[in-house]
Write a protein that binds this ligand. Structure first.
Ligand code: NAD
Length: 250
């Protein structure tokens, strides 16, 4: 590591597992003070044990604005500012058009869209001029899949947010980019099927749909997050970085 984030204050939503956990590890190893969120205390405790003393955990659900207020109050008390905001919490379930329900649509939009809006909006008073914001998108926003239409639509919204908010944030020199993974081997991806066998079949077919012929690893996304968080990407703004083995370029 080369201390590219030395003494920066970073907030990562959804940091107890998968991409968020791998990124918290990388950010801390690069010298940052990191806050992670997770919905369940036990998962937060397990992650913190793995991550060490540079990382603080705050329990909360990004779809609940009051939880975000608590998160940022804690950051304000301990550090008074944010240099890096990784709005990463999110997810979605398989649901084909014929089986879409209002509950599925509301839940997916509440977490991925509303959650991202308030994660960023409520951070504004704390974000330092020159800060970097990263939104976790997905190749699902632009690659068709018979069962991911609502999830894909929420992730398409994030690409649009980055382009629009870039203009809101320009006077403060805050950069904002979307980091869009293809299929990554995380707990979130493992539970897509109703049975273990079905989940394995989904993973195999996802891997086969990637030009590189395999799933990505969480750390491969974390490395790209470090790039977008650091000065290495100082002229990258309003952009979208795919970490997907080529999936979005077919
Ligand atoms: P994961 O399930 O391994 O981890 C998700 C994390 O987000 C956990 O820490 C969980 O507690 C947290 N989280 C979920 N909903 C939350 C909520 N409402 N409030 C607060 N925290 C919440 O998943 P992952 O695969 O690492 O996913 C991370 C992000 O990457 C998500 O936004 C997901 O949509 C996106 N993504 C994942 C993949 C993939 O293949 N794994 C591909 C593209 C995009």
């Amino acid at each position: 590591m080369s201390n590219r984030l030395q003494d920066k204050v970073a907030v990562i939503t959804g940091g107890t597992s998968g991409i968020g956990l791998a990124t918290a590890k990388r950010f801390a190893a690069e010298g940052a003070h990191v806050f992670i969120t997770g919905r369940r205390q036990a998962e937060l405790d397990a992650a913190l044990k793995e991550l060490g003393p540079r990382v603080t955990g705050v329990r909360g659900d990004v779809s609940q604005p009051a939880d975000l207020d608590r998160l940022y109050e804690r950051v304000r008390r301990e550090h008074d500012h944010i240099d890096i905001l990784f709005a990463n919490a999110g997810g979605g379930e398989f649901a084909a058009l014929g089986s879409l329900s209002e509950a599925h649509i509301d839940k997916t939009f509440d977490i991925n869209v509303k959650g991202t809006v308030f994660t960023v909006q409520k951070a504004l008073p704390l974000l330092r001029d020159g800060a970097s914001i990263i939104l976790t998108g997905s190749t699902a926003a632009i690659v068709g899949s018979p069962a991911f239409s609502i999830y894909g639509a929420t992730k398409a919204a994030l690409r649009s947010f980055a382009r629009n908010w870039m203009l809101d944030l320009k006077d403060r020199h805050i950069r904002i980019n979307t980091l869009s993974p293809g299929p990554i081997r995380t707990p979130g991806l493992h539970g897509l099927g109703k049975t273990e066998e079905e989940s394995r079949a989904i993973l195999d077919s996802l891997a086969a749909s990637v030009p590189m012929g395999r799933l990505g690893e969480p750390d491969e996304v974390a490395k790209a997050a470090v790039f977008l968080a650091s000065e290495d990407s100082s002229f990258v703004n309003g952009s979208e970085l795919f970490v997907d083995g080529g999936m979005a370029q077919i």
